[in-house]
Design a binder for this molecule. Structure first.
Ligand code: PEP
Ligand code: MG
Length: 328
């Protein structure tokens, strides 16, 4: 308890040179809001809505969803909460919806599934919007987007839900602001469409778990190939640098919400590249804050220069471990 209440873990995260790095939370259960350490963050960077869906025996109703989402938005009142639309399929099959496919990770998951089921998508978006009335801290994130067309199609549905909920809010004398809409960067094809995406999205969130899986063509849950699954692979590092540069050029806010952001070596690399928003699980928050507070942008940039020249993931890991030991 003492550790959790220590101001070290509840204050903003500044590097040794005063540079601010926003630490957001990856959440997926309402229970997350009861943990003290979760209130020392700058907001919720990823609320995985599929988790409450997975714990039910049938699709939750709009009212039930709205109540749940409201409890999260209220718990983080005044801070941004990024709610991701349903990302089922792949490694997250719903017990009450059988999808049989040879390649679930390449199949009907994320935005592909919800665009084919606009009823499910509209109910969820309406529930989110209803929950945000009077709070206005909601942002909506779209998973598994592989092309601009999916973002445009989703935005048409979000607009429709917004008009409906706004009418409802106005009838009750309340107001509703348009939420920011973001795109997950986790399917490699979207890397080459980021300039176009920037014209239609308000922010992006990099999902390094799936980005690693799809860039290296390696199943993220298959132990036989777990040595191939490595987010420190030079190609993943190059992709992450490229994403940041494109976002900076387009003035598009960007957060990293994959596991890499909650790993000390990963967080160091990301901040060294120039990322200033990281989102991670509860168990990583204190550790990452601690690690970052001992580092400066200058030393991290030097570290990035060194590892950018290394062609092997094993060399990048060893070099990063040495750097971490030296500075912490
Ligand atoms: C990711 O893919 O990195 C991500 C954050 O989403 P999920 O792990 O839920 O697929
Ligand atoms: Mg993902």
């Amino acid at each position: 308890i003492e550790l959790l209440l220590d101001s070290e873990f509840t204050e903003n995260t500044q590097l040794a040179d005063g540079t601010n790095v926003e630490i957001h939370l990856n959440a997926g259960l309402s229970a997350d809001t009861g943990i003290a350490i979760n209130h020392g963050v700058d907001g919720v960077g990823l609320y995985r809505t599929e988790i409450p869906f997975l714990m039910q025996s049938s699709f939750p109703s709009e009212d039930d969803q709205s109540l749940l989402y409201q409890s999260i938005l209220e718990a983080y009142r005044g801070q941004p909460v990024v709610m991701r639309s349903l990302d089922i399929g792949g490694d997250k099959p719903l017990p009450y919806l059988t999808i049989e496919e040879d390649n679930p990770f390449l199949g009907w998951r994320g935005i592909r599934f919800t665009l084919d089921h606009p009823d499910i998508f509209l109910i969820q978006i309406r529930a989110m919007l209803r929950a945000s009335i009077g709070l206005d801290n909601l942002a909506i994130l779209l998973p598994m987007v592989s092309g601009l067309n999916e973002l445009l199609d989703a935005k048409i549905l979000i607009d429709r839900a917004f008009e409906e909920v706004m009418e409802m809010a106005e009838a009750e004398g309340k107001t509703l602001n348009r939420p920011h809409i973001g795109v997950m960067v986790e399917v490699p094809s979207i890397l080459y469409q980021l300039d176009a995406v920037a014209k239609h999205a308000d922010f992006i969130s990099v999902g390094t778990n799936d980005l690693t899986q799809y860039l290296l063509a390696v199943d993220r849950n298959n132990v036989r190939v777990s040595d191939v699954y490595d987010s420190l692979h030079p190609s993943v590092i190059a992709a992450l640098q490229n994403i940041l540069q494109t976002c900076q050029r387009n003035k598009l806010p960007v957060c990293v919400c994959g596991e890499l952001a909650g790993d000390p070596l990963g967080a160091m690399l990301l901040v060294g590249m120039g990322y200033r928003q990281l989102s991670m699980n509860t168990r990583s928050v204190a550790r990452i804050k601690y690690v970052l507070r001992h580092l400066s942008v200058k030393s991290l940039e030097k570290h990035i220069n060194t590892i950018s020249r290394l062609p092997l993931a094993s060399e990048i890991r060893t070099e990063s471990e040495t750097f971490l030991k030296l500075h912490n």
